[in-house]
Unconditional design. Structure first.
Length: 346
């Protein structure tokens, strides 16, 4: 015959168990997402953090996102940092990992840029339609793709607006497509990460710089050295980025909450980039007020840049073919979608 437990003890155990249930039901998953750009950068403050707040709201607090005060790794190490669970997630510059991500580099191709928002939307749509099958993100979970405004040419001793003006010109250029374009135009190029450009420009090593948007001219404090901006229609290049999450961490989140996060990511995330366009336009206006004269690239310069751009397009298309992707169709689709999205008021 079993001995009956005192009623107060039974009730106490039940109460304690009940007290645990809400905690278990509402246990939060915290995603630590690395931000390598400076904390005040418009992308961090106006795009990433509002998205994070919306994720927490959409999951009723079950998924929280926090950002370390400093980057946990160098920009070119962020993919491995996420893959190896050093950090749960990160956004990274696709140009730093061309060996892993060939297909998203199409956003970097010259003379095809529109607005940041439009390019971001177009890149996600192109990924969804053409790139997903190549499975380049198999080591991580992709949440979003986005593109910053395209870069132009800035002269420190007057405008740079002809093929002849580029020849032999000492110039800092953003590594990747801008540097390749300027080297092909026979400029004397110094290519370093953008974070290092200010010391080169300020030190008088170069007489021009190229490949960054107006907002970064201000951010890196080199606008004071420019006297003229040559605006290249379609831009020299535009930098694209990926927002990724560790696969195991992603799978630890419930299916319902993963669906809620993806609803806020992808194309929805891309649409948030409109605020970056606003900041870039304000930066252009500020440069003009500071005396930097802005002119559109001359027909002669554009003809030269188109000649230099064609081999880069063809090289990307050829590499896409090796991944069983119709590169020409994908590139045409991306540029058509970018132009369409540029006029979309949504």
């Amino acid at each position: 015959m079993f001995k009956r437990k005192p009623l107060f003890r039974v009730l106490g155990i039940a109460a304690a168990f009940a007290a645990l249930l809400p905690a278990a039901a509402h246990a939060a998953t915290t995603l630590v997402i690395n931000a390598f750009l400076p904390p005040p950068h418009v992308f961090n403050t106006k795009v990433l953090k509002p998205w994070a707040a919306d994720v927490e709201k959409a999951t009723d607090g079950r998924v929280k996102i926090m950002f370390p005060p400093n980057s946990v790794a160098a920009p070119n190490q962020l993919w491995n940092s996420v893959k190896n669970s050093i950090v749960d997630g990160a956004y990274l510059f696709n140009g730093n990992i061309e060996n892993k991500l060939h297909l998203p580099q199409l956003a970097h191709l010259p003379l095809g840029s529109t607005t940041s928002k439009a390019m971001s939307i177009a890149l996600w749509r192109t990924y969804d339609k053409y790139f997903k099958q190549a499975n380049e993100y198999r080591e991580v979970q992709l949440l979003a793709l986005f593109v910053f405004p395209g870069g132009h040419i800035y002269g420190m001793k007057g405008p740079v607006n002809s093929p002849q003006a580029l020849q032999g010109l000492r110039m800092w250029a953003l590594p990747g497509v801008p540097a390749r374009m300027m080297e092909a135009a026979k400029a004397g190029v110094v290519a370093t990460p953008a974070a290092k450009m200010s010391e080169i420009v300020a030190g008088g090593t170069v007489d021009a710089f190229a490949g960054i948007p107006e907002m970064d001219v201000n951010a890196f404090k080199v606008g004071r050295y420019a006297t003229a901006e040559t605006v290249v229609p379609g831009a020299l290049s535009a930098p694209s980025f990926s927002l990724i999450i560790n696969k195991q961490k992603w799978q630890s989140i419930s299916a319902a909450d993963r669906a809620a996060i993806m609803k806020l990511s992808g194309e929805s995330f891309a649409k948030r980039m409109g605020v970056v366009d606003q900041v870039n336009q304000a930066a252009r206006t500020a440069l003009e007020k500071e005396g930097v004269k802005s002119t559109e690239a001359s027909p002669q310069l554009m003809d030269e840049l188109k000649k230099l751009a064609a081999p880069l397009d063809q090289a990307w298309i050829a590499e896409a073919g090796k991944l069983h992707v119709d590169g020409k169709a994908a590139l045409d689709y991306y540029r058509a979608q970018a132009k369409e999205a540029e006029h979309d008021q949504d």
